[in-house]
Design a protein around this ligand. Structure first.
Ligand code: HEC
Length: 183
């Protein structure tokens, strides 16, 4: 009995030596040392010798749906797949004011501070006559401008999720591009 106690005491104590960051004495090493490679390092496992690999051709990131394109590679104008609830209108308005109004102005009259004070090229006013043509410029048109950018305006796909882009697009289309007073 004494031998067993002494023996286990030695094992227990010897595994504590070496301070906080030491893995101590180990018999089976498999899980002590990680075999994972660091990103941005050389790697002999792959033919191109690097750890970071590109996604295989033709694959799509989870949760990401590519925008359908026509034969010339231009984005197809889609229809809003989401129901516009009161919440959706409110959110569209809120996100327009947060993401777009710095240039376009809260009423879409191209009088945002970035334009007036910052000297950024002036966007077209959303109350211009041409935008009344809802058939030619549906919410899907605005959606594509947000997603891919247009001329001097960069893509805002990084700032807004696809669903929120639709909410903003509907708000711009229905509340700013029409004569109707805003809700
Ligand atoms: C940094 C300033 C800036 C921000 C922010 C911005 N825009 Fe623009 N936008 C522009 C400019 C400048 C143009 C005109 C581009 C051109 O004609 O070269 C434009 C053009 C547009 C057009 C008209 C495109 C056309 O066919 O003439 C729409 C629609 C539009 N923006 C929507 C939005 C929406 C929606 C947002 C917010 C998600 C947004 N913009 C954010 C600067 C901005």
């Amino acid at each position: 009995m004494k031998k067993v106690v002494l023996g286990s005491l030695i094992v227990v104590l010897s595994s504590c030596s070496g301070g906080k960051n030491s893995t101590g004495f180990s018999i089976i090493n498999d899980m002590m040392y990680s075999e994972a490679y660091e990103a941005q390092t050389v790697n002999n496992v792959f033919d191109n010798g690097q750890t970071n690999q590109l996604a295989p051709k033709g694959t799509v990131a989870r949760g990401f749906k590519p925008h359908p394109m026509d034969d010339e590679g231009n984005p197809i104008v889609l229809k809003n797949p989401h129901v516009m609830t009161d919440y959706a209108w409110e959110r569209g308005k809120m996100l327009f004011e947060a993401t777009c109004s710095a240039c376009h102005g809260t009423k879409g009259k191209a009088d945002g501070l970035v334009v007036l004070e910052g000297g950024f090229p002036k966007p077209p006013s959303f109350s211009a006559r041409k935008w009344k043509k809802a058939k030619k410029y549906p919410s899907g048109y605005v959606y594509n401008v947000i997603t891919f950018g247009y001329g001097n305006m960069a893509s805002h796909a990084q700032q807004l999720y696809p669903k929120d882009r639709w909410y903003v697009s509907e708000f711009v289309r229905e509340k700013l591009m029409k004569k109707k007073k805003r809700k």
